[in-house]
Design a protein around this ligand. Structure first.
Ligand SMILES: *[C@@H]1O[C@H](CO)[C@@H](O)[C@H](O)[C@H]1NC(C)=O
Ligand SMILES: *[C@@H]1O[C@H](CO)[C@@H](O)[C@H](O)[C@H]1NC(C)=O
Ligand SMILES: *[C@@H]1O[C@H](CO)[C@@H](O)[C@H](O)[C@H]1NC(C)=O
Length: 332
């Protein structure tokens, strides 16, 4: 049944045409970060992510799921969501207690952090993949494969001992299996459908230029800023006339707080060669009308508010970036 629905993914996937969508898997993952300061103090943080977009967070005090978007419930009933919430609540409490109880036997040294990433990845033409990875102190520790817990080479004998312990509990294996194999893909399909309007929206970029002096007085660093676009794929290039300039260098794409993206593209150029230069931006939201800003004309733009907006955008972007990437990149 699920398999038959997968071709629909191509329609649901954010942005782009179907061919692009087919190549791009979409994943949903829950991330857990558990910090153990000493024998008595520990805390859990939890969040849910649809690819790079955070859709859920976990309120640890109340033990409840926070739905960050109107569509974050997907097509699950309140009843099913309450069952899941209860499962996570019991799990989080049990997790801390079990880890604390076994910490010394398993030679886990305070303070330590355990990170968990679990979820599924949907491909338009293959059966979904599911995953459950655990990291200890930022290194791979163990994972769930084919109904059992398998230590990672980096985990050494410590991970082997943990696996030996938890492999005895068949109930846990069955619950995890059901969650990542069945619940997750079903939830993601509902989520993609419910969030269709949001995930398939088209937001036009704004572009502006700036320059900074370089170490050599004869050279300038020209910067073309492109911000506020969605979806993520974008093409930005410095051009002379209609000619692409191969010296164009692209900075990283950073997230804005509203879920749109920011990108800058630079060109190192001799000060006397700036005539005729322009920055071109192509994006699905613009149709066939590229944004073209010519160097020299940009001064007419009102640059004052940008002086405030840009650092702010960057800061918020960086904060989001860190929040996401520091939490689980070591696991994957
Ligand atoms: C345990 O760690 C917490 C948080 O760092 C700290 O406030 C508390 O005093 C520590 N307790 C002990 C017994 O060391
Ligand atoms: C998973 O387990 C089944 C049955 O125990 C076995 O047939 C299959 O080869 C295993 N797959 C992997 C990837 O280990
Ligand atoms: C939600 O949508 C998915 C995909 O369309 C479907 O498989 C599932 O049965 C629907 N309902 C629930 C409660 O999961």
């Amino acid at each position: 049944m699920l398999f038959l629905q997968l071709p629909l993914l191509a329609v649901f996937l954010p942005g782009g045409n179907n061919e692009e969508a087919i190549q791009e898997p979409i994943s949903f993952q829950l991330i857990q970060i558990s910090s153990f300061a000493n024998q008595t103090w520990a805390q859990n943080q939890g969040s849910g992510w649809l690819d790079e977009l955070q859709t859920h967070s976990w309120e640890s005090e109340l033990g409840s799921i926070i739905f960050l978007h109107t569509w974050s419930k997907g097509n699950f009933s309140d009843e099913e969501l309450m069952d899941l919430e209860l499962l996570f609540r019991v799990y989080f409490i049990g997790f801390i207690r079990e880890v604390q109880d076994h910490a010394s036997a398993l030679k886990l040294e305070y303070p330590f952090t355990l990170q968990v990433s679990l979820g599924c990845e949907l491909h338009s033409r293959e059966t979904p993949k599911s995953f459950f990875h655990v990291a200890y102190q930022g290194s791979d520790f163990l994972s769930f494969q084919n109904m059992s817990w398998v230590p990672s080479p980096e985990g050494g004998s410590r991970a082997q001992n943990v696996c030996n312990l938890i492999n005895q509990y068949q109930g846990i294996q069955e619950t995890v299996h059901g969650l990542i194999r069945n619940t997750c893909p079903r939830f993601v399909l509902g989520l993609l459908d419910a969030g269709k309007m949001y995930l398939q929206r088209q937001v036009r970029p704004q572009a502006w230029l700036s320059s900074s002096p370089t170490l050599s007085p004869d050279w300038l660093l020209l910067v073309c800023h492109v911000s506020g676009f969605y979806p993520k794929p974008v093409w930005v290039m410095w051009m002379r006339g209609e000619q692409e300039l191969p010296g164009t260098k692209q900075g990283g794409i950073l997230p804005n707080a509203d879920g749109t993206w920011y990108l800058w593209v630079i060109l190192n150029v001799k000060a006397e060669d700036v005539a005729d230069l322009s920055c071109w931006v192509r994006h699905s939201s613009l149709g066939s009308e590229d944004i073209i800003i010519s160097w020299g004309h940009h001064i007419s733009m009102n640059l004052t508010p940008l002086a405030v907006v840009v650092p702010l955008t960057l800061l918020i972007g960086l904060a989001l970036w860190f929040k996401k990437h520091c939490s689980y990149q070591d696991i994957l």
